[in-house]
Design a protein around this ligand. Structure first.
Ligand SMILES: Nc1ncnc2c1ncn2[C@@H]1O[C@H](COP(=O)(O)OP(=O)(O)O)[C@@H](O)[C@H]1O
Ligand SMILES: [Mg+2]
Length: 375
């Protein structure tokens, strides 16, 4: 798995037993492999549709395939040299437009992940499932989120309603009412997770992110700015909805800095941190809590290591009567969760079973996700 933060590669080595929502799995090992600095720069360039060229995209597609294969090898060694049968590779999203828009006479939604599956299959000698999202888009969905498959599998509960929140570059949640059927699951991107924050840290402090939230802790939230940011149309749109760098990337942050060039740097970081916490809280209030009773609020992803963000989120969710917990408490290490999801989705595909949850993506039907490269 490589998320929109473009921080690197997360690998989970998983033993799977059974299919569908009755599957059981054991996590044999996992690892995070940061992209080398120049690769990260190339990935971020590739995500900039004005600047990326097809030659570079094509090279990067194969390069990432090589890097994924190396990362998988290392994770496999770390997992007691577990025997590999199948690889699921999400790849790196370089463009995502979940909402259909007019294009040359047709309504087109699209999504594009790179990291060549054929290269991974050739290096590792096992089949690879990649390109999970297009099948959902082709079925009328937004191609995201796909993690609700795993969320429903592990967190559904007969008595407790649970909300599962991942905070990566983008923050997304899966709400599973008590005793829910798959079609009762509500899932959507709440907005920025670390994306705005990381970009500001890079521009203002030349750091990739606010480690442990220590800069935000020293700053003061700029309330008028926060209110202004929370007025963005994305937050008002009803789910299902997806978001990405197209909304909250470089252009968004550049515009923000142009308007508030005199603000203290730490205050901007505190405000961007509050934007993540508040946009989540408002999404819960508006789109989730009116639809059912919930008890647990379970966080995962890199943002769950930002202590200032977690404090803000803890306060907000307590006000809403939710109990904040970490996915680690449920036996799924926060960092590995999304990678585990794509291992299980690959296993579904290998058996020609669907992996999307239509109520989460907005698809008109279930779809078998991905493309298979044979070794
Ligand atoms: N110790 C930490 N303190 C604060 N933020 C962190 C820490 N570790 C990771 N992060 C944040 O998490 C991000 C990576 O999260 P991740 O879940 O991998 O997101 P994605 O799925 O978008 O790649 C980093 O870019 C950073 O913003
Ligand atoms: Mg990541």
């Amino acid at each position: 798995m490589s998320g929109t933060s473009a921080d690197g590669i997360d690998v989970a080595v998983v033993q799977v037993l059974g299919r569908g929502f009755h599957a059981r799995f054991e996590l044999l090992g996992h690892g995070h492999f940061a992209y080398p600095q120049d690769v990260r720069q190339a990935v971020l360039r590739a995500m900039n549709s004005e600047r990326a060229g097809v030659a570079e995209l094509s090279r990067l597609n194969f390069l990432l395939g090589e890097l994924y294969a190396e990362a998988i090898r290392k994770a496999q060694r770390g997992a007691g040299k577990a025997k590999l049968d199948l690889v699921g590779c999400h790849g790196q999203t370089i463009y995502h437009q979940g909402e259909a828009a007019a294009y040359l006479g047709k309504q087109i939604a699209c999504t594009w992940q790179i990291g060549e599956g054929a290269a991974i299959a050739a290096r590792l000698g096992v089949p690879v499932v990649s390109d999970f999202r297009p099948a959902d888009v082709a079925a009328g969905g937004k191609g995201a989120p796909l993690v609700p498959f795993l969320d429903y599998l592990i967190f559904r509960d007969r008595r407790a309603g649970r909300i599962v929140q991942n905070i990566g570059g983008i923050a997304n949640l899966t709400a599973i009412p008590a005793g829910a059927k798959p079609q009762d699951v509500v899932a959507f991107d709440t907005g920025p997770g670390n994306m705005v924050l990381d970009q500001l840290m890079q521009l203002l402090f030349q750091k990739p992110y606010d480690r442990d939230g220590s800069v935000a802790r020293q700053g003061t939230i700029l309330q008028p700015l926060l209110e202004e940011l929370l007025r963005a149309p994305y937050f008002r749109r009803r789910p299902p909805k997806t978001s990405g760098r197209e909304e909250f990337g470089r252009e968004y942050v550049d515009a923000l800095l142009r308007r508030h060039s005199r603000a203290a740097k730490a205050d901007l970081i505190a405000t961007a941190t509050a934007l993540t916490a508040q946009s989540i809280a408002r999404a819960l209030k508006t789109f989730v809590l009116p639809g059912g009773k919930y008890r647990d609020y379970i966080v995962s992803g890199g943002g769950s290591r930002n202590k200032t963000l977690m404090q803000m989120l803890g306060r907000e969710t307590a006000k809403l009567g939710l109990r904040l917990r970490h996915s680690d408490d449920f036996g799924v290490p926060s960092q590995a969760k999304e990678a585990v999801a794509f291992a299980l989705l690959a296993y579904q595909t290998w058996h020609r079973q669907p992996g999307n949850i239509p109520s989460a993506t907005g698809a008109q039907r279930l779809a078998v996700l991905g493309k298979i490269s044979y070794a």
